[in-house]
Design a protein around this ligand. Structure first.
Ligand SMILES: Cc1cc2nc3c(=O)[nH]c(=O)nc-3n(C[C@H](O)[C@H](O)[C@H](O)COP(=O)(O)OP(=O)(O)OC[C@H]3O[C@@H](n4cnc5c(N)ncnc54)[C@H](O)[C@@H]3O)c2cc1C
Length: 419
């Protein structure tokens, strides 16, 4: 039975009826022999792409093939930060579209993704860094995006727990995007899955793609652990496995897979309201609704597909946290995990056609793709449906690396040049 529409009234009625009326949030169909579009990867990006293909372009004969359970890749492993505070217009316009989609996502999907616009504050610690951040803020404002440059006292009023008086790297101020914030990561996968399913998209879990079949330069289908599935068009949205899956179609990409860790502390009383990032290193933190501090830093610094991470990085990340908030030295970390990042060399993503006809690529998200989830799905769906990019993703091609048109983002991460 389908899940029906969620509402406060329904919750009340189900509560009174012993919660026996809830159906599955999405079906569990067997794969059909053929589809118009097959999306490889059931993370947020793959599911969002399928949703917008059906909703915006009327293409619902679509399957999302996921090798495990949906949302257990990077979508369910990130630190949930959502923002559009990038420097270059090729990025900040795209991320702003994504942020606007986030702002209406719960109503659109009829699903609580716990979008919380609690603000994202990037701290600066020197005069030259202030100039850099002012430049980024100006670029944002020129593109219609909210940005405020705060001085030290304004930051102190916003986040008094930071070390202002005795800090190794004194805080000079911060760039604030009030509309930025956090969302619940796995709810986004579930919301898009439920939305896509309603349009008739098949979400097929435990179905790993093992090869891509081609005839005379065109894709014709995929071999999977659940048999062969024919497809007129195929979209790749596998994040850290981008190079691996693209190589099934003979593509060699300028993408490296790296490890990024995330951490959650024991539950604490309210400590910080929004998202805060350290400008003298690479550390970012927010506090979850349950009270745990959710934080992370830079990559582990070696190529791997293992989703564990190593201890020196744990120490490194925590050291930066303590430099920012000395009280953290007495906080216990309860959980730690890692995800596999698909790093491009300019820190910007790929949403594009590929040299193989009928094969489309969504990847290169580095460690910033969660915020992009709705915008990425929206643009990827457009690119697949029209066989041409939307103007928002027109620059996000593979060819940019060959043509010298890289989008060398210098906003708040990713920092591929550090690794
Ligand atoms: C620790 C950490 C912190 C992060 N913090 C942030 C943040 O705060 N803000 C932000 O914006 N971004 C952040 N990111 C990045 C963000 O999580 C990712 O960029 C984003 O979730 C990528 O989504 P996706 O749907 O492309 O990938 P995924 O969710 O990884 O989905 C890809 C799916 O493809 C599947 N797959 C792979 N190979 C195959 C195959 N052969 N056949 C079938 N399926 C396959 C995988 O199982 C996986 O489920 C962070 C990432 C990590 C790991």
């Amino acid at each position: 039975m389908a899940s029906g529409r969620y509402s406060a009234f329904r919750l009340l009625a189900e509560g009174l009826g012993g919660h026996r009326g809830w159906g599955r949030a999405w079906r569990d169909p067997a794969p059909k022999p053929a589809y118009d579009v097959v999306i490889i990867g059931g993370g947020g990006h793959g599911l969002a792409s399928a949703y917008y293909l059906a909703k915006e372009h009327g293409i619902a004969n679509v399957a999302v093939l996921e090798r495990g359970a949906i949302g257990l890749g990077n979508t369910g492993r990130n630190t949930t930060i959502v923002r559009s505070n990038y420097l270059y217009p090729q990025n900040n316009r795209f991320y702003e579209k994504s942020l606007q989609l986030w702002e209406g996502l719960e109503q659109d999907l009829n699903f609580n993704v716990m979008m919380s616009q609690r603000g994202v504050l990037n701290l600066f610690h020197s005069d030259s860094q202030r100039d850099q951040y002012a430049r980024r803020g100006n670029s944002m404002r020129l593109n219609g995006i909210d940005a405020e440059l705060l001085d030290r006292e304004q930051v102190r009023r916003l986040v008094p727990i930071l070390d202002f008086d005795n800090a190794r790297f004194p805080i000079y101020g911060g760039l604030l995007q009030k509309r930025g914030g956090t969302a619940r990561h796995d709810a986004v996968a579930w919301g898009f899955a439920r939305g896509a399913d309603k349009y008739g998209v098949d979400i097929i879990q435990n179905c790993e793609v093992t090869s891509i079949r081609m005839t005379r330069g065109w894709v014709v289908g995929v071999e999977t652990t659940r048999g062969y599935i024919a497809a007129k068009k195929i979209g790749i949205a596998v994040a850290g496995h981008t190079s691996h899956v693209a190589s099934m179609a003979g593509l060699r990409l300028p993408v490296e897979s790296h490890i990024l860790q995330a951490f959650v502390s024991e539950g604490l009383k309210p400590l910080i309201d929004g998202v805060v990032t350290f400008g003298a290193g690479h550390f970012y933190m927010s506090q979850s609704d349950k009270g745990g501090l959710v934080f992370g830093g830079g990559l582990d610094g070696y190529n791997s597909y293992a989703r564990r991470g190593n201890l020196p990085t744990v120490e490194h990340v925590w050291t930066e946290g303590v430099a920012l908030i000395p009280a953290l030295s007495r906080v216990r970390v309860l959980r730690q995990w890692a995800g596999v990042m698909d790093m491009t060399f300019d820190g910007s993503p790929l949403i594009c056609k590929t040299p193989v006809e009928g094969l489309y690529l969504n990847g290169g998200w580095c460690y910033g793709g969660f915020k992009a989830t709705p915008g990425s799905g929206w643009c990827f769906a457009h690119t697949i449906a029209k066989d041409a990019p939307h103007e928002l993703n027109a620059a996000m091609t593979i060819e940019r690396f060959r043509q010298g048109r890289t989008i060398d983002e210098k906003g708040a991460g990713p920092f591929p040049w550090l690794h």
